[in-house]
Design a protein around this ligand. Structure first.
Ligand SMILES: Cc1cc2nc3c(=O)[nH]c(=O)nc-3n(C[C@H](O)[C@H](O)[C@H](O)COP(=O)(O)OP(=O)(O)OC[C@H]3O[C@@H](n4cnc5c(N)ncnc54)[C@H](O)[C@@H]3O)c2cc1C
Length: 282
């Protein structure tokens, strides 16, 4: 299928992009990697009057260290994030998740900003950002603001972004010697969206884990923190954590799996990921 007709403009700066969005009264869409947007235009699930291309904005693909944080610009491509030595060293959870996102061709074009703004409940990166306590920097008509990842994802394909807002960057607290991370997902084929996935981070002191964050994806409308299981893991009670999942998660059936199957798989992933958290840092 072909998309409905639309106007097209190239933004030369963040401010220019936001200005163009503002001119179209919330109806224009930003074009990043196009991997999700173009498909939805072609299927006529969306028909915005204008696309604002942000691919040529200088510096928006930056991956850098600033003030104890890893800064990832919204236009950093999945493939560049996957290959980044800064991410591997200071945000290893993201490195572990990257190969699970779609296929290489899609990762060459898809961007971290596009993935977070799209907020697919089965996507890996939103769960990673919640697990890592990342902050998302947003530019809007009123200026810049910063929103914690936990408050950013509001529901299915729904975020704290307003119609004239642009996600500019993600700020991820850098891992320390005490940080442990774990990542697992189950998908029918490699590269498919997950049936169930789990991104986790914790701090370790001796044999004890603290500040445990277990964030599931593809079990609800948005990333879901399993808070009962987190407390049980911090108390060293893995069986208790597995039992707590039945209260922490309320998965709904999708085309592939029943709610019961998803809950069972969530328990399988929990045990695998806790083993990763307990391993020495690579
Ligand atoms: C076959 C296939 C399989 C896939 N599998 C997976 C998978 O397993 N896991 C996964 O996570 N993803 C998967 N994806 C999605 C992929 O990761 C996309 O790259 C991503 O969802 C969107 O990124 P993009 O840069 O292409 O954004 P675009 O498609 O350009 O934009 C997506 C949406 O976000 C908005 N947007 C983009 N950038 C910004 C910004 N900076 N600020 C505000 N709004 C913005 C756009 O206006 C649009 O509404 C898959 C895609 C395909 C086609």
């Amino acid at each position: 299928m072909k998309p409905a007709a639309f106007a097209y403009a190239k933004a030369h700066s963040i401010e220019h992009a936001v200005e163009l969005l503002g001119k179209h009264d919330g109806e224009a869409r930003l074009l990043a990697g196009g991997q999700s947007l173009i498909a939805s235009l072609n299927m006529r699930l969306a028909s915005p009057p204008m696309l604002v291309d942000i691919n040529d904005i200088a510096g928006l693909d930056r991956i850098d260290m600033t003030d104890g944080h890893v800064l990832i610009g919204a236009m950093a491509r999945h493939a560049d994030v996957e290959r980044s030595s800064i991410i591997a060293k200071h945000a290893p959870l993201i490195s572990r998740a990257m190969p699970h996102i779609a296929h290489a061709a899609i990762r060459n074009r898809g961007t971290i900003g596009g993935s977070l703004a799209y907020a697919d409940p089965a996507a890996e990166l939103p769960a990673c950002m919640v697990a890592l306590g990342a902050k998302l920097e947003i530019a809007g008509l009123q200026g810049r603001r910063v929103v914690a990842a936990e408050d950013f994802f509001k529901g299915m394909f729904e975020t704290a972004l307003g119609p004239n807002d642009m996600l500019v960057a993600v700020h991820v607290p850098a891992a320390t010697a005490q940080t442990r991370v774990g990542f697992e997902e189950l998908a029918r084929r490699h590269g498919d969206y997950a049936i169930v996935g789990l991104a986790a981070a914790a701090q370790v002191a001796g044999a004890k884990l603290s500040d445990v964050r277990l964030v599931y994806f593809s079990v609800g409308d948005a990333p879901v923190r399993a808070r009962g299981a987190e407390s049980a893991i911090a108390a060293g009670d893995i069986d208790g954590a597995a039992a707590a999942l039945s209260k922490d998660l309320l998965p709904t059936a999708d085309l592939e799996s029943s709610a019961e199957v998803k809950l069972h798989l969530a328990g399988v992933l929990l045990r695998r990921v806790v083993r990763q958290l307990q391993e020495a840092r690579a």
